[in-house]
Design a protein around this ligand. Structure first.
Ligand code: ATP
Ligand code: MN
Length: 479
């Protein structure tokens, strides 16, 4: 007999028929006449209830059917008499494929803290919360490809090992095969990377953008979706050392078109998750509502998770320039009451407290901030006519802060070279990047969406470590 997934069993399509199901036991309860076994196989947040009559199954036969055990069960799918489920399986055979000793299996029925579950990340997939989170993550990833495919974008695989540094700054992981204890050295005592595997110093990429731009100069519209690495020592709830980023790059786009695309994209993938993972999102929403009850009134969310997501897909994002954003902050009561920890003045890099004020207190919706001072942004962003700002855009989301960073790119080679010099990048190192400005360069733009921050936004999970299967953070690379 062919196995049916729990999700399909629960649809009732096979009612009245014999079915075969396999999965993991969530709970078993019962009395001397009957046992109820809840089984989950990850296809849905819901369990299928299996009814095992004491007439058909001895205590001995059921003794290894414990929480966490893998089971294979056959029986008839019938309409359920009990409340809580429409269909259940009347068991005919029960086979334990893999036992889970109740004395040592860490996931028992009681609720576990997210911190504890992080320590057993290899098992946390089996909880309702993480089942929901990673099903939503999967749907969002699929929606990313669907969105760009429908728009005729070409999916580009940009390299993970790179000799360039898109940000023009440090914070990268070195990739080397040199002996760490005794590396070859140059005459003046520095490590000689000419003898390294690639004949030069290489790192894990912090962004696929520069290579993405090269491809956009041929395919018009491309996107990347891959792992990205930052060796920054930021132990926050929004930073990982290894995360996934989506980076579209479009020829013939200006900043406004770039922002329009980003907004449409974000709404599309959220809507897709709402349509395809409603039960998971509802479950995660209830989780948050429960969590909120423990908080003082003024710290509670104004909207439920579902309300928030529906609000975001149905309303325009706010758009302000950096200069306007600074004015809003300076005129706020929050500022006047000296409640910001960091200073506010034109030229500062917005701190997360500033971003959160704009998004959560002032506008109460996602905000696209454009035209930042050139000195706080990357060299490749297009210089505006004022000579002070660049055509940059950050999208800030409630509860998360920056979720997208993007810009129109500098296509004028003389200005680009000037800006590279300013940040100490040698022309020779990026000769190939500059070639796209020499040969058929054109106005173009793109952005990077941090995938985990997006998953955080849709699932409401407060810590980024809980939306990637095996988080890489400072001092932590277990599993
Ligand atoms: P932040 O100021 O929050 O550190 P950033 O300015 O370094 O972000 P970008 O370099 O613009 O970010 O990267 C593009 C996007 O990638 C960000 O908007 C964010 O969504 C995501 N991102 C950046 N750094 C990380 C990280 N360490 N972990 C997870 N996501 C990240
Ligand atoms: Mn950063």
């Amino acid at each position: 007999m062919q196995r049916t997934k729990v999700k399909d069993l629960l649809s009732g399509a096979a009612a009245g028929q014999d079915v075969l199901l396999k999965g993991w036991v969530r709970t078993k309860r019962g009395n001397k006449y009957v046992n109820f076994i809840a089984v989950n196989d990850g296809s849905t947040i819901n369990n299928i209830q299996v009814v095992a009559d004491a007439n058909n199954f001895s205590e001995e036969q059921l003794k290894d059917v414990t929480t966490g055990a893998a089971v294979s069960i056959s029986g008839e799918l019938i309409a359920s008499q009990g409340k809580g489920q429409a269909f259940e399986v009347q068991a005919k055979t029960i086979e334990v494929l893999g036992k889970a000793d109740p004395e040592t299996y860490p996931l028992q029925k009681k609720a576990h803290s997210l911190e504890f579950l992080r320590e057993i990340a290899h098992l946390r997939f089996r909880t309702n919360t993480f089942g929901a989170v990673f099903r939503v993550r999967n749907t969002l990833a699929f929606a990313v490809h669907k969105f760009f495919n429908e728009k005729g974008f070409v999916y580009m695989h940009t390299p993970i090992i790179t000799a360039s540094d898109a940000e023009g700054a440090g914070e990268m992981f070195r990739v080397t095969t040199l002996d760490p204890v005794n590396p070859p050295r140059t005459e003046n005592g520095e490590v000689n990377y000419e003898e390294d595997f690639f004949g030069k110093a290489t790192n894990l990429t912090v962004s696929g953008q520069l290579e993405g731009e090269l491809a956009a100069m041929a395919f018009s519209d491309i996107y990347t979706f891959g792992p990205t690495f930052r060796a920054e020592n930021s132990n926050t709830t929004r930073h990982l050392a290894e995360f996934w980023m989506i980076e579209p790059e479009m020829a013939f786009y200006d900043l406004k078109m770039n922002a329009d695309l980003a907004e449409e994209f974000i709404k599309y993938i959220i809507r897709y998750a709402l349509e395809n993972n409603r039960e998971d999102i509802e479950f995660l929403g209830q989780r948050l509502t429960e969590e909120d009850k423990a908080k003082p009134q003024n710290e509670r969310q104004e909207m439920t998770l579902l309300e928030k997501l529906e609000f975001v897909v149905n309303n325009d994002f706010e758009r302000v320039t950096y200069t306007e954003a600074i004015d809003i902050l300076l005129n706020s009561n929050h500022y006047k009451k000296k409640k910001f920890q960091y200073e506010v003045s034109w030229g500062i890099d917005l701190q997360s407290e500033h971003e959160r004020y704009l998004v959560e207190k002032h506008f109460k919706k996602p905000v696209i901030v454009t035209d930042y001072p050139k000195d706080i942004k990357a060299f490749y962003m297009r210089l505006n006519d004022d000579g002070k700002t660049v055509a940059a855009m950050d999208i800030l989301a409630p509860g998360i802060g920056e979720i997208v960073g993007g810009s129109q790119r500098e296509e004028r080679i003389d200005i680009l070279v000037e800006r590279m010099k300013g940040v100490g990048i040698h022309e020779e190192d990026l000769w190939w990047y500059l070639d796209t400005r020499r040969f058929g360069g054109c106005p173009h733009a793109g952005f990077g969406l941090g995938f985990e921050r997006m998953v955080q936004f849709v699932t409401g999970m407060g810590n980024i470590r809980d939306v990637i299967p095996f988080p890489r953070t400072p001092q932590n690379a277990e599993f």
